[in-house]
Design a protein around this ligand. Structure first.
Ligand SMILES: C[S@@+](CC[C@H](N)C(=O)[O-])C[C@H]1O[C@@H](n2cnc3c(N)ncnc32)[C@H](O)[C@@H]1O
Length: 445
């Protein structure tokens, strides 16, 4: 179907704003649509898709948009629209523009220089190549530059996977069970879900399969004391609360009031009454100290560079500064240290990020273990076997878009060693004394 010719000018206008990278792309787009209320849902979708296509392909597109007489922002908008809606959908193009788009369409992208194929900034491309090698970096980048599918988690408090699938089929929405997350469904297209009774009644939540797996490896059980230390808007909190069958106590900590506020309506929909959101000032807040040594499970879903979420937020790779990784590491180590104090002996902590960089993952965990001899790593292979999740991993969970069709996630499970209790030691000493007395008594006898 032909797009209205004005769409090109609007795409160009909003693109100019987005590419300033003053705020996240979704925020800039929402603001633009609020200021231009005449757009219907379809137009908004077309413009947003085109903007995201430019963000995903920026290195390649800017290289080609630079040449010729047409201003480059218009060319970028044209490329974005042609990538998502097709050249034939664009009306009112000059002969030059049609020729330009046809020529780009014919480019064999596998022959481009590797960094341009990957569409990554130099610093990130270099870090990925150092960590994954060039071949895997290109596979990883291709997956990161492909839009994510729509993943759902069935709320086991309200329904089960078969019933939800049957209900979705009536809509009609085709969905299939996911390979790793037992409550996960992958929706084959991207329908609007907000008005479905299943969504309004809290039987489903949107959650990436990797995020579901990560919530499950926390291993939260009925009646336990659990803390989701960086709960944000509660994506993982809700999954944890359901795993606990709405029993025990689940504290949802975060330093952001705005994010915690978004958790509240989701909690109401979910039917969970075991979740207690707590706004904290920082990872050493007095509210945390009161719970020290009392918690069975802690999830630290740490703030990170977010490079594992590029399928959804392609602007992040252009907005993130390499210097920010060092700042992030300091924050991650401080949060992990603060959160670890909550655990009782034998309790488990999951340190997780949506980063693909070892610096924010393995490194932080190894540094922690080096300075916390009362903690030990539980190999991920053991945790996955306990949870019956069919994934092959070594010490850590590393979900990768090109291998597992999920966002990129890292997780490590750390267990606080159970302290030898004072009483049994005294008892053992007393038993030993008794045994000595018995022995001497028997001599006497
Ligand atoms: C990766 S996001 C969490 C996403 C969330 N767990 C989810 O599943 O939707 C990291 C969160 O850490 C929070 N945060 C940052 N510094 C923190 C701190 N010192 N203590 C606790 N939370 C913090 C941020 O506000 C942000 O919401």
């Amino acid at each position: 179907m032909r797009l209205p010719p004005a769409i090109l000018g609007n795409t160009e206008e909003v693109l100019r704003e987005v590419l300033r990278f003053m705020s996240p792309a979704d925020v800039t787009l929402s603001r633009y649509f609020k200021d231009h209320p005449r757009f219907g849902g379809r137009e908004r979708g077309v413009i947003a898709e085109a903007v995201y296509a430019v963000l995903r392909n920026k290195s390649f597109f800017t290289d080609f948009a630079g040449a010729g007489n047409t201003p480059s922002m218009r060319k970028l908008a044209l490329l974005g629209l042609a990538e998502t809606a097709g050249i034939d959908a664009l009306g009112g193009l000059s002969e030059d523009e049609t020729h330009f788009l046809t020529r780009i369409k014919e480019v064999d992208r596998t022959l481009l220089p590797p960094q341009m194929q990957a569409n990554l900034p130099t610093w990130l491309y270099d870090k990925f190549v150092a960590q994954y090698g060039e071949k895997e970096t290109l596979e990883l980048a291709a997956a990161l530059n492909t839009p994510a599918p729509l993943d759902l988690r069935v709320n086991s408090i309200k329904s089960n996977r078969d019933d939800v699938m049957a209900e979705l089929a009536k809509a009609p929405i085709a969905a299939e069970p996911m390979p790793y997350a037992p409550l996960g469904l992958r929706v084959l297209k991207k329908p609007a879900l907000q008005n479905l009774p299943l969504f309004k009644d809290g039987a489903i939540e949107v959650q990436d399969e990797g995020s579901q797996v990560l919530s499950q490896i926390v291993g939260a059980r009925r009646g336990e004391m659990v803390v989701d230390f960086c709960a944000g808007a509660g994506g993982k909190t809700l999954a944890l609360g359901a795993t606990m069958r709405n029993t025990g106590r689940l504290y949802a900590f975060d330093v952001s009031e705005k994010r915690l506020a978004k958790l509240k309506p989701r909690m109401a929909r979910s039917g969970l009454s075991n979740v207690h959101p707590v706004l904290i000032a920082h990872e050493r807040d007095a509210k945390i100290k009161r719970l020290a040594g009392k918690i069975d499970r802690v999830l630290v879903d740490a703030p990170c560079s977010g490079m594992g979420t590029l399928r959804r937020n392609p602007d992040v790779k252009w907005r993130q500064r390499p210097e920010a990784i060092g700042e992030m590491q300091e924050k991650q180590a401080a949060i992990l240290d603060g959160a670890a104090r909550l655990l009782k002996g034998g309790g488990r902590l999951v340190y997780a990020t949506c980063s693909l960089l070892n610096e924010e993952n393995d490194f932080i965990v190894e540094q922690f273990l080096g300075t916390h001899p009362d903690f030990e790593l539980v190999p991920m292979s053991k945790v996955l076997a306990e949870q019956k999740i069919p994934l092959e991993m070594g010490d850590y969970l590393k979900m990768l878009p090109h291998k597992h069709q999920t966002d990129g996630f890292f997780a490590a499970v750390l267990e606080r060693k159970a302290k030898a209790k004072a009483e049994p030691v005294e008892k053992a000493a007393a038993d030993a004394d008794d045994a000595t007395e018995d022995a001497s008594g028997s001599t006497d006898a």
